[in-house]
Design a protein around this ligand. Structure first.
Ligand code: FAD
Length: 303
């Protein structure tokens, strides 16, 4: 699909005072509110309600300059519809594109689900505080995702996968309501076949073909052997899940400041200006969305 004149206009790279064109990094920094045009290059249907979209920035400078870390999000805009925060689901170790896993929830996400490969959207970011990937190196990592929480955690899991030798034991627990709602089945099969990932898939309501665990996402904790002095926890899922998963991690002896969780709050600007995502004295968009349990406990009304 060829770009419209409006899109072409957005592609023009401004110049510095001296006349040299700005680098991609300079362009992004010059106006962090500006969405950059990106093309949908792949769409994968994951479940009845979720699709995985791959986007590539049209401007090569932006494409090369855009770097994120696991746990960060972008503001995705659909022209004439609006803007929404969406976690980046792909690993930073894969460059040139980003993947967003989106659940159909209301008007915005419905319109995205109707789009086709070649369609153009706007993306600004990346925003927010990521998971402490570098700090996790040299340690065991216990990752727990519920439902759509697998979207941001997938970025972290794939990043760990690509630098596997830097980490100790890696355990992944992923819970869904039913087998039909399990996302990224092919990736789970790949991780399952690797001997260096301990994987637990669990559903609340199994069907006849289900051969994984049955029960809440906390159930596999019964089998887990955790060395608390060398383990980081990472949790992402529906709000109700955090309290119970964190309690299980605490029962295993993992310390408050090594349990990380990602919070979703309604947000607009993504840059700590509008106040929509304020929880107590913190802005979820810049102080989070990833907080450790110690911080989360001290944010009024968050846990
Ligand atoms: C940091 C962050 C990361 C996110 N990452 C993802 C992601 O990876 N994939 C994804 O599908 N969605 C993600 N969301 C949620 C996404 O932004 C909303 O689903 C989207 O804005 C809904 O827009 P809509 O117009 O389709 O639905 P609306 O009509 O606005 O809402 C439909 C339903 O979704 C609920 N909803 C709306 N916004 C949020 C929100 N921010 N958090 C929780 N519930 C919400 C509403 O309360 C309502 O029940 C994220 C939100 C945040 C803050």
């Amino acid at each position: 699909m060829s770009a419209t004149p409006e899109i072409e206009a957005l592609r023009v790279s401004p110049y510095r005072d001296g006349g040299a064109p700005m680098t991609g990094e300079e362009l992004i920094a010059a106006n962090p509110y500006r969405p950059w045009p990106a093309r949908i290059t792949s769409i994968q249907t994951l479940t009845e309600h979720e699709k995985l979209f791959e986007f590539r920035f049209i401007d090569e400078n932006i494409r090369n300059a855009f770097h994120h870390q696991p746990g960060q999000f972008v503001e995705l805009s659909l022209f004439g519809v609006g803007e929404a925060p969406i976690s980046i689901s792909s690993s930073p170790s894969k460059s040139g594109f980003i993947e967003l896993c989106v659940r159909r929830a209301g008007e915005f996400t419905q319109r995205l689900h109707e789009m086709q490969c070649g369609d153009i959207v706007g993306i600004r970011g990346p925003y927010g505080r990521p998971f402490p990937f570098e700090m996790m190196k040299g340690h065991d990592v216990l990752l727990v995702a519920g439902g759509l929480g697998i979207a941001p955690l997938r970025s972290l899991i794939n990043n760990i996968h690509d630098e596997r030798s830097e980490f100790g034991k890696v355990t992944i627990i992923y819970g869904s309501r039913s087998p039909q709602e399990v996302m990224f089945r092919d990736q789970f099969e790949m991780w399952r076949h690797r001997k260096d990932f301990d994987l637990y898939l669990t559903v609340d309501h199994p069907d006849d073909g289900w051969d994984g665990e049955v029960g809440l996402v906390t159930k596999p904790f019964q089998h887990l052997e955790v060395d608390p002095d060398r383990t980081f926890g990472a949790v992402c899922g529906p709000p109700v899940m955090y309290k119970f998963v964190v309690q299980e991690m605490r029962n295993k002896g993992i310390s408050y400041d090594r349990i990380y969780m990602s919070f979703e709050r309604h947000m607009k600007c993504g840059m700590g200006k509008c106040g929509h995502c304020q929880i107590g004295h913190q802005y979820c968009c810049i102080d989070g969305p990833v907080f450790n349990y110690w911080e989360a406990k001290n944010i009024q009304g968050s846990m």
